[in-house]
Design a protein around this ligand. Structure first.
Ligand SMILES: Cc1ncc(COP(=O)(O)O)c(C=O)c1O
Length: 484
């Protein structure tokens, strides 16, 4: 093994020293600014169209959240139907008003609750699936095969057979192996299947995904497709990451992709019809914690709220992306090409609220007081890496005056929801509403010692269950022979 030389190690040490001094001073400056001004300031409820009624209770879709918590029990997910539909139309129209062959295929993995997916399909969304289960679910929900796109780095033979037999709109291949596997599936079914390739550009997620343009692998993928009699190469796929607040990241990747498509046309006579640009579009009220937020929280200080103005509107993503396509193809508007988007977060996040009840309040004497609530990281794992606003749903008119550390019910020290959350003074039985819970909460939730919560939908003062509360029997359904 090669040992790093001593001078290199010294430079490394010096660099870490500078870095840690810079970090500390930034944390210190932010913490001071905070103490003076913003420590207790948080995002406004208007962002989620939530109100509060005469009792000072939060209301969503005309329903009192505290009453819903009593009626259905906690923890509880609440989906705001109107907001869900509105998010879909705002996103889609941002692109479709500039180019009418722009369509949304909802990312199933972001929140695969059938009652909610059904609503979005009725509004016109297609399905973007990444597993055999999700493909099966889309077909079971009655989504037309022509509105299903199949992605993901591991497509089983059974899943490819199901996709090909149903003639789904597009299978985006993720590796060279998948080219031959998909060709076999299509040949066995005696069909010709539309396929694309997930491309990896110089920006965005790479790791295990797709085929890189820069190494020539992506080109090799299309060369092989050209030979495959039962596959029609007509799509490209990109997915750059999640919560991307910089439009330039998309522009840079798309520019590279368009250059690549020109090459495909010139060298292989392959003409791309489906430009699947993936998901990744952000919501303003959620941000990934940065290094300073992490430090602040480790000192018991709340993280800084997201700056809403730093998130561009979907229309501005659309304007710039469309501009790029039109610069590239003079005949773009008459070419019949389709722009495909696979948003998850942008549509689902702000339409769902996660509600928990305070079971215990503990004073530590030295650090922040502690709240123990009835839902933890078993359900709300994104709180470990993202800022999410939290309100006391039954004390909306009370000022935030205490900083609490909020823990879940799991018997584990890492079961923490908020390391430092400014809230009104709270007692046992009070209700917390965690915002932007519609993306990646439910698919990441587990029945770690506790059953998973129900999901209720609300609109215009009415509420109805769209997913039942998991029962003990459901948890042991696969182990029945061991129980008396
Ligand atoms: C291929 C693909 N498309 C779409 C999405 C949805 O992403 P987002 O929720 O950031 O829009 C994901 C999520 O990781 C994905 O992997």
């Amino acid at each position: 093994m090669r040992r790093p030389d001593a001078s290199f190690m010294k430079m490394g040490n010096l660099f870490s020293l500078f870095k840690s001094v810079a970090e500390r001073s930034e944390v210190f400056l932010r913490a001071r600014r905070y103490k003076k001004r913003t420590l207790f300031e948080r995002l406004s409820p208007d962002i989620w169209d939530i109100g509060s009624n005469h009792n000072g209770h939060m209301s969503i879709g005309g329903c009192d959240v505290t009453e819903l918590a009593q009626h259905y029990g906690t923890p509880l997910h609440i989906v705001n139907l109107n907001r869900l539909k509105q998010n879909y139309h705002v996103f889609r129209n941002s692109f479709a008003e500039l180019y009418d062959r722009s369509n949304v295929y909802l990312s199933y993995k972001t929140n695969p609750v059938p009652g909610l997916l059904k609503v979005l399909h009725q509004e016109g969304a297609g399905a973007e699936v990444i597993s055999h289960f999700e493909l099966w679910l889309a077909l079971k929900l009655g989504v037309a095969p022509g509105s299903v796109i199949f992605n993901g780095p591991y497509k089983t033979e059974e899943a490819l057979d199901l996709a090909v037999q149903n003639g789904i709109k597009l299978i985006n291949l993720d590796s060279l192996d998948e080219v031959s596997r998909c060709e076999t599936a299509a040949a066995n079914a005696g069909k010709k299947q539309n396929v694309g390739v997930r491309l990896v550009t110089s920006v965005g997620w790479a790791s295990q995904f797709g085929l890189k343009i820069a190494t020539g692998q992506a080109f090799e993928g299309f060369q092989r497709l050209k030979q495959a009699k039962n596959l029609s190469a007509c799509g490209i796929h990109l997915h750059l990451g999640t919560g991307i607040k910089n439009v330039d990241t998309y522009l840079r990747a798309i520019r590279e992709v368009l250059e690549f498509c020109r090459l495909l046309q010139q060298k292989l006579d392959i003409h791309i019809t489906y430009f699947d640009l993936g998901g990744g579009f952000p919501v303003a009220s959620v941000k990934k914690f940065d290094m300073v937020d992490e430090k602040l929280q480790s000192m018991g200080i709340p993280p800084m709220q997201p700056e809403l103005s730093s998130t561009p509107s979907y229309r501005s993503y659309a304007t710039k992306i469309m501009g790029l396509f039109r610069d590239f193809y003079s005949d773009f508007d008459t070419s019949g090409k389709e722009l495909i988007f696979e948003p998850g977060r942008a549509i689902l996040s702000s339409a769902q609220t996660f509600v928990v009840k305070v079971g215990t309040v503990k004073s530590t004497g030295t650090k922040n007081d502690i709240l123990i609530v009835d839902g933890g990281r078993n359900i709300a794992i994104p709180l470990s890496w993202e800022y999410h606003e939290v309100f006391a749903a039954n004390k909306m008119h009370k000022d935030r005056s205490v900083i609490y550390s909020v823990y879940g019910p799991l018997c584990h020290p890492s079961d923490i929801l908020f390391r430092a959350a400014p809230l009104p003074e709270l007692r046992t039985g009070d209700i917390l509403a965690i915002m932007d819970a519609g993306a990646y909460f439910i698919p990441n939730s587990r029945n770690f010692s506790f059953p998973r919560p129900p999901v209720v939908m609300v609109s215009e003062g009415k509420h109805w269950l769209i997913r039942h509360k998991e029962q003990f029997d459901d948890i042991v359904r696969l182990d029945k022979e061991w129980l008396s």
